[in-house]
Write a protein that binds this ligand. Structure first.
Ligand SMILES: Cc1ncc(COP(=O)(O)O)c(C=O)c1O
Length: 459
């Protein structure tokens, strides 16, 4: 019989003590391609990354170890809110009249409101250990910047955040949140950097993008000896740190006596979805759970996985980051300013891209109005107002539950609720008052952006 409980909690002492790295299992199936130096187009070595990251994180980026110990001071801070709860959404199930059982892991209980502190903390910790004084970073929705601001304040670092102009204007309280932790917040594109000045010269009204903000933060870090760069998604070490989500969820699903049939998450750069799914994905890659499905959800306005190409591309607009193999819409692609600011990125994590290309993961794209409808149904049944980003995962979960109702199948659905939407009230206001434009994706813009690919063949 299914457990009648709706909440599954672990104890503070159950916080994972090691992160899980999927790369050894993935490499058994398909050999990942190396990142390349943007100038020489040769595989990068640790020295190429040293101006931006401490060696400890560079080591994690290329690690082939399955488990990597989490430093004690990081675990201590994780315990301020971890382990996060796993809920069964019985009220949503009843509303949908589905035989499916819907579970969700709730990362919105972190002090910054999302999963992002899971990696902000270790990144701040390792930079402090390496003697760095300041972190330069970017933020889209403001969630990553908030997490980094908090982490820098915990570990005694200064923090400069380049915030995508669209979000800076939409979410003034996110800025104040970051400033409360002592961070400096600059709307991007800005006059601070060559990259920003270049964009502003051509497009004075630019609403910015993650790709542009990354260029600014990278340039800032690379041109200041005592500053390093921190990224909130896409990179291997970021995905690694997020594995705490899936490791806890595995234990909690066991407490519930369940095994997911489908694991769902939203994808901006891929870190929260990798976080919840990679520990489960290991079982699929090893042939233990071949039928388990994985569904990545994304905005129709920035459909990297569903409409992008798998190619070598730059991680940022100004072509300063390494070239990586991923699904991309082109590094020059500027997505429409949809409210899911954290999902407005032109590319995706290389490992996640590979899993989609090889058929281990599926992907679906949804429009803004569709995801806000799902978000409100979730709020009205479960009481949590989700961020616009995880509203994509909720939409995916609802579609799976409705399909189960139609087929009469007793499916177990697990999704990651990566953050709350308490700073997204403007977005909800727009939706409730019918002011949310249904943004069409323009294939011509993608085609133009793809013309700027570095032209390195995938072999
Ligand atoms: C709440 C939330 N979910 C998801 C994302 C998307 O990032 P990722 O794909 O790395 O999880 C963001 C990014 O800012 C976010 O703030």
């Amino acid at each position: 019989m299914t457990d009648p409980r709706t909440r599954f909690d672990l104890r503070p002492e159950d916080v994972p003590t090691a992160w899980f790295n999927l790369m050894p299992d993935l490499a058994q199936k398909v050999q990942p391609l190396p990142p390349l130096n943007p100038m020489t187009k040769e595989p990068i070595g640790p020295d190429d990354l040293a101006p931006l990251f401490p060696m400890s994180l560079i080591g994690q980026e290329v690690s082939t170890e399955r488990w990597i110990d989490i430093p004690g001071p990081v675990i201590d801070v994780y315990r301020l809110w971890r382990p996060t709860p796993l809920f069964r959404a019985t009220r949503l199930e009843q509303h949908l009249q589905t035989p499916a059982r819907i579970y969700f892991k709730y990362e919105g209980v972190s002090p910054a409101g999302s999963h992002k502190p899971n990696t902000a903390l270790p990144q701040a910790y390792y930079n402090k250990e390496a003697g760095i004084r300041r972190i330069a970073t970017e933020t889209g929705a403001g969630q990553w910047g908030s997490a980094m601001a908090m982490a820098c304040s915990f570990f005694g670092l200064e923090c400069t955040v380049y915030m995508v102009r669209a979000s800076y204007d939409q979410k003034p309280y996110r800025r104040v949140f970051m400033e409360s932790f002592g961070s400096e917040v600059i709307p991007s594109p800005s006059e601070r950097t060559n990259a920003g000045r270049g964009i502003l010269a051509e497009h004075p009204d630019s609403t910015g993008s993650l790709g542009i903000a990354i260029s600014e933060a990278v340039e800032d870090a690379a041109t200041h000896e005592d500053a390093n760069y921190a990224l909130g998604s896409v990179l291997g070490h970021v995905l690694l740190h997020q594995s705490v989500i899936g490791l806890e969820a595995q234990e909690q699903m066991e407490m519930a006596g369940e095994r997911p049939d489908v694991v769902i998450g939203c994808v901006g750069g891929g870190s929260n979805f990798a976080g919840i799914s990679y520990p489960f994905m290991a079982g699929k890659l090893r042939g233990e759970t071949p039928d388990m499905r994985f569904l990545a959800t994304e905005p129709a306005a920035c459909p990297t996985l569903t409409k992008g190409v798998f190619a070598y591309d730059y991680g940022d607009t100004a072509q300063m980051t390494p070239i990586v193999p991923m699904y991309t819409l082109g590094h020059g692609f500027v997505p429409a300013p949809v409210h899911a600011g954290g999902l407005r990125y032109h590319g995706d994590a290389p490992s996640l891209s590979l899993l989609v290309r090889e058929g281990y993961m599926e992907a679906k794209a949804y429009t803004q109005n569709a995801i806000f409808e799902a978000a409100l149904l979730f709020a009205k049944t479960q009481g949590i107002i989700p961020g616009p980003e995880p509203a994509h995962a909720i939409k995916g979960a609802i579609e799976e539950a409705v399909a189960a109702r139609e087929s009469g199948e007793e499916k177990v659905i697990l999704f990651n609720l990566s953050g709350h939407g308490h700073f997204d009230m403007q977005a909800y206001d727009d939706y409730l008052n019918g002011r949310l434009p249904e943004v069409e994706f323009d294939p011509a813009e993608e085609e133009a952006a793809l013309a700027g690919l570095p032209g390195v063949p995938i072999v």
